[in-house]
Design a protein around this ligand. Sequence first.
Ligand SMILES: [Mg+2]
Length: 229
Amino acid sequence: MRYAYCLFDLDGTLFDYDKAESTAIQKTFEDHDVKYSPSYLQEYGRINKQIWLDYESGLITQVELKTERFRRLLETLGIEADPGSFGIAYLKNLSQGRYLLPGVIHVLELLSKNNIKMYLITNGLKDVQRERLSGSEITKYFIDVFISEEIGAAKPDNAIFDESFRRMGFPEKEDVLLIGDSLSSDIAGGCSYKIDTCWYNPKHLDNNSGCTPIYTIQDITELEKILSL
Ligand SMILES: [Mg+2]
C-alpha cells in the first residue's frame, strides 16, 4: 500500500460547505428579521473568501474575522444591523450544517477496512467544527482532528503540519497523503511540507497557484485507485 496515512481536509472535501453556508446565511438574516435576497449569499461569498485569505496571510485573527466579515457585508448591502450579533447567529446556524458530499461514506468505510489511518486537518473555527463533527456519522473514522484555531496555526503554515505530525506519532512523510479542495491552503501546505497531495477538484477549476498536486481527482471515490484498494 502506497500510503498508510490519509490526512483529509473537511470543508469542500468531505462536508458540502456550500450548502451549509447558504443555509446558515439565509437563516441568520431571518433570525434578525431582515428580508433575505439570494444575492446576499454571493456578496458574502466574495467577502468571506477575501477574509480567509487575509487570515491565511496573518493579516487578521480568527476572533476578528467572525465579526469583521459581517461588518463588511452589512456595510456593502447598506443594512443597519449589529455585525457582532450576525456573526454569533451565523456560527450557531453553520454548526448545524453537516451535509456530506457524494461518495464520502463509501470511501471512508473502504479506507477504514483497509486499516488506513485517517485524520482531519481543517482551517475552520473550533466551536463550529467540533459541533458539526460531534453530530456527524463520519467522525468515527478519524483518529484525531487538527483544527487551526486550537493549534494556533493554519494551513498552509508548516506549524500546523508539525503539530499534526507530532500527534500522529511522527509518521514518515512519504507514507502520508493529504487530500483537499483548496489550492491555497491544502495543496500549497502539502507542497511546502513535502508530503504528497491529492487535489479534490470537482468543479474542474484551473490551477494557477504555482503548486502542482501529485494527483487531481473529480470524484472522491477515485482515491480507491490512488491507494490501490
Ligand atoms: Mg476545504
